[in-house]
Design a protein around this ligand. Structure first.
Ligand SMILES: C[C@@](CO)(OP(=O)(O)O)[C@H](O)COP(=O)(O)OP(=O)(O)OC[C@H]1O[C@@H](n2ccc(N)nc2=O)[C@H](O)[C@@H]1O
Ligand SMILES: Nc1ncnc2c1ncn2[C@@H]1O[C@H](COP(=O)(O)OP(=O)(O)O)[C@@H](O)[C@H]1O
Length: 288
């Protein structure tokens, strides 16, 4: 029995360049992992089956689970006969724009690589991850990266300057496909991806705050006004900068002054059940 950590990601920038022939959107986005993680336990079994144990509501325990899909794909690719029981201990809010399911799938790939002694490189695992979902390759590596293509082309970046990250998810669920479908490419206001790259290379916290941007934010906000309210509240309570992550609806805020963290956290707790105060990690997974 072994376990893998599956951290959440946030999008520091998310830009859409155009819609592709295959229906996906060509993106350019900077992502980083934060210190809020699911745990995936992997127990070998002899019955040849993949089973999922998860107690969280709204998370499927069958082949719809991305962790199941990761195990199934790896087993078919490498002709593995052994089974595995995957137990997911969910801490990342579900359907939140934080890539919880993708990170569980990525952790399953890393874990099974060890459990089944497949000796695959992290790049090989990331390529396999891309077949499961656009965010899975990034989640295989973790850390901080510029993602291109539909999200699977990864260029590693330095970790962001250290700070607190407050995450707050309103009690609504958002479908990523719906948000992309409602995006009007012609009216996009592109984020300052170059500015964010400079901020990360220079370790410049203020520039990182100024360069945050996500083209999906106005789309989700127009469908779900609760996200606008949450962003405004986080700003009023004193966050240095606030943005929606991915397709939402989670909003994150950066804070450097420790004294402000509990003020923002407690203020948000008043009207939002899922609030977390965590640290940036920006730490990459390196396989041996
Ligand atoms: C928006 C982002 C930003 O990181 O994350 P989340 O909000 O889901 O966390 C990602 O682009 C989401 O990645 P992921 O959730 O893995 O997406 P997938 O399962 O591959 O695709 C779900 C659906 O989103 C749309 N999609 C996804 C990625 C992309 N580059 N273009 C798209 O149009 C497609 O309609 C697709 O059917
Ligand atoms: N391991 C998993 N954890 C959470 N959700 C999962 C998982 N596998 C599949 N799903 C499905 O994927 C959907 C999106 O979940 P999630 O990955 O948490 O959100 P997001 O893509 O917004 O970051 C959920 O509604 C759920 O039905």
């Amino acid at each position: 029995m072994l376990y893998e950590k599956a951290p959440a990601k946030i999008n520091l920038t998310l830009d859409v360049l155009h819609k592709r022939q295959d229906g996906f959107h060509e993106v350019e986005m900077i992502m980083t992992t934060v210190d809020l993680a699911d745990r995936v336990w992997l127990r070998p079994t002899n019955d040849g089956n993949i089973t999922i144990k998860v107690s969280e509501r709204y998370v499927p325990n069958d082949r719809k689970n991305l962790a199941y899909q990761a195990a199934d794909l790896l087993r078919r690719l490498y002709g593995v006969r052994q089974g595995v029981e995957l137990t997911l201990n969910k801490k990342i809010p579900v359907a939140a724009g934080l890539a919880g399911g993708s990170s569980d799938a990525a952790a399953t790939l890393r874990g099974l690589n060890r459990l089944w002694d497949l000796r695959l490189s992290v790049d090989e695992l990331a390529d396999i991850g891309a077949k499961i979902g656009s965010d899975v390759s990034f989640c295989v590596y973790g850390g901080t990266a510029l993602a291109k293509g539909r999200g699977e082309k990864i260029e590693h970046l330095p970790a962001p300057p250290n700070c607190w990250v407050i995450l707050a998810k309103p009690a609504i669920s958002v479908s990523t496909a719906d948000i992309y479908r409602n995006l009007d490419i012609a009216s996009i206001k592109h984020p300052d991806t170059k500015g964010m790259l400079h901020a990360l290379h220079a370790g410049d916290y203020n520039k990182m705050c100024d360069s945050l941007g996500n083209v999906l934010e106005p789309v989700t906000m127009s469908l779900h006004p609760q996200v606008v309210v949450l962003k405004e509240k986080m700003q009023q309570f004193g966050a240095d900068a606030v943005l929606m992550s991915g397709s939402g609806p989670t909003v994150f805020g950066f804070v450097r002054q420790e004294a402000r963290v509990s003020r923002i956290y407690n203020g948000l707790k008043g009207f939002c059940t899922e609030v977390h105060a965590v640290r940036m990690t920006g730490e990459r997974f390196l396989l041996d």
